[in-house]
Design a protein. Sequence first.
Length: 504
Amino acid sequence: MPNSNSTLISMQGISKAFPGVQALAQVDFTLYSGEIHALMGENGTGKSTLIKVLTGVERPDAGVITLNGQKIQVKSPLHAQELGISPVYQEINLCPNLTVAENILLGREPRRFNSIDWRKLNQKARQILQRLDIEVEVTQSLGMYPVAIQQMVAIARALEISARVLILDEPTSSLSAHETTKLFQVMRKLKSEGMGIIFITHFINQVYEISDRTTVLRNGKLVGTFETAALPRLELISKMIGKEITAFEDMSRFKQQSDHQTEQAPLLEARKLGHSGVVSPFDLDLHAGEVVGFAGLLGSGRTETARLLFGADKPDHGSLSLAGKMVKKFSPCASILRGIALCPEDRKADGIVPDLTVRENIVLALQASRGWFQFLSQKKQYEIANHYIKLLNISTPSADQLVKNLSGGNQQKVILARWLATNPRVLILDEPTRGIDVGAKAEIQKLVLELAEEGRACVFISSELEEVLRISHRIVVMRDREKVAELSGSNMDEKTVMQAIAGS
């Protein structure tokens, strides 16, 4: 473990505000030479903003940054690289049509007689990769190699810039277990050479496998920096979520579980369903009239599981059946016809069509399921739209209002109305209450329970553990893309769920 005399980066009192949002508030962060430092926190906690400040993408409103004891002002990402601060992002930002060597030395190619010295370029690229114990043919196009190799090439490029600080943002999100092991070998080698590595991840197990210290952010504020080995996993989860174990209280639930639910045949049945590198094979029974909640940290595999159940992604393991009938065709359209609906996590990217009206957004999925030649009449469209505007209490002047002019909560209700209009037997809701006010959130929670009472089967995914506990009959816990627990009855309490998330 490095000592306090080897401080590489020091960020003190960093604050950054955007219109209506205090992204960072007086955050301190220190990175030592020869350490791997995990930066943890749920979505929206300020991790990305802190890294953007360090790499010159954003200017801080307040605070001081020092590099090797010298005060610096990082003016741009290029300036950050010149200082030896190099990020490697989750989305690999290289040129797949160029060779491995060209990507590593892009913009810094060795030249001879005013032209690129290809022999020296390839030789130098091989030397850089040998430092990482990576053996690939550097004259091959980068796009010919898997994501893991491309990730290593991105790291090699960062090293070639003489990086002293390496920032790895979700580097293992697209890697297999074997590829992750190889990456960790490279990280340990760089650590032994004195490099400071900031490791951003949502995988708890990996934090404990590779990091020396862990800094936790929550709501733009510093929760604390801890020696990883001395920080119990359950305590780490508590600090990320913002609940102390001793403060847990029994929650009142406004739902009843019918005795027949576990006795009747499941409506939706998954057996060893999975997708390599995305979600480990899992079993799941979903009965009519129940809400199954999914708990886990961001990146745990909840959304990926939802997409498999809906058919947006095709599994390469196991089977899925609906009402005893095996599912053979996996596609959103086929799922809609079968009676399965998915309300997506990102309502702006995957949900609303902002320049269409409320009416057009509501009937979108139903019209898609009918095909090109069975158009819903305008009268029928208004009939459906007005029915759900009233049912869900959508605040809009009329069905002809552009959906982009509605509040976030009302936009969420429009998406929910879209899927309810298809009359689904199975409704999968991925973060249906994220970013909306308390009143709208309560209305949606109540509606989910009412839909279950009507005999529909519901999957409810939420990052708010209290919300999952409040409306679920059973809870599936995900960790590191794997189903690790299924809880029901008296086992459904915050402490038990958090222990399952933490792996303790």
